[in-house]
Design a protein around this ligand. Structure first.
Ligand code: TYD
Length: 199
């Protein structure tokens, strides 16, 4: 069954609102829901989040490795235990953000970034990726205060969006691509369908 769900998209796509709505629907259907965000969700991950989003400049590889480190900790401390006891995990971002932002956006290569993430994930990849698609200009306009990475500008976010689109093409069974420009109820309905909740 699909229980590890990742919400993805460029900055300003509206992932958090959609995740909140999905969590309510899942709970109404009687399921335990664990919500996480990347980077973050553990003491180590929150520390790395500060460095990554508000800290000093870092090289692209250092950035990619810190995202992978935060994720490795989150998988072991939170995601795997939740899935093992039958809960649903709703994650604001996942390894697919690293493939798109560091692999495509920073130009490190999606395959190379995939390889540095694999050992820490231990096979725990999202079952379903809900990709909220929005244009870079609109995404930036929706953000109150862009973080260090989201503030890279339109050409960077365009490369990230292209990375996400390529990933969705490569794995159509795992990805549900939803136009985030639609009214919220429509976006949530599309995302809910993609979850395949039984009953
Ligand atoms: P997030 O808190 O989701 O910000 P937003 O709500 O603006 O989308 O994500 C934090 C930032 O970190 C965002 O700019 C995307 C970036 N990021 C990466 O570059 N690589 C990653 O692996 C992850 C998880 C996030």
């Amino acid at each position: 069954m699909n229980r590890y769900i990742a919400l993805e998209g460029i900055d300003g796509a509206g992932k958090t609102s959609v995740s909140t709505a999905l969590a309510l629907l899942l709970e109404e259907a009687g399921h335990e829901v664990v919500r996480v965000r990347e980077p973050g969700g553990t003491a180590v991950g929150e520390g790395l989040r500060k460095i990554l989003l508000d800290g000093p400049p870092v090289t692209s590889w250092a950035e990619a490795l810190m995202f992978a480190a935060a994720r490795a900790q989150l998988v072991v401390e939170v995601i795997r235990p939740a899935l093992d006891r039958g809960a649903w995990v709703l994650s604001d971002r996942s390894v697919y953000s690293s493939l798109a932002y560091q692999g495509a956006g920073r130009g490190l290569g999606m395959d190379r970034v995939r390889r540095i993430n694999q050992p820490g994930l231990r096979g725990t990849w999202p079952d379903v990726v809900v990709l909220l698609s929005v244009s870079p200009a609109e995404g930036l306009a929706r953000q109150a205060r862009p973080d260090r990475i989201g503030a890279q500008g339109v050409p960077f976010l365009r490369a990230v969006a292209e990375g996400f689109a390529r990933l969705a093409d490569e794995e159509p069974g795992r990805f549900a691509v939803i136009d985030a420009g639609c009214p919220m109820e429509q976006v949530v309905a599309g995302a809910w369908d993609a979850l395949g909740v039984p009953g």
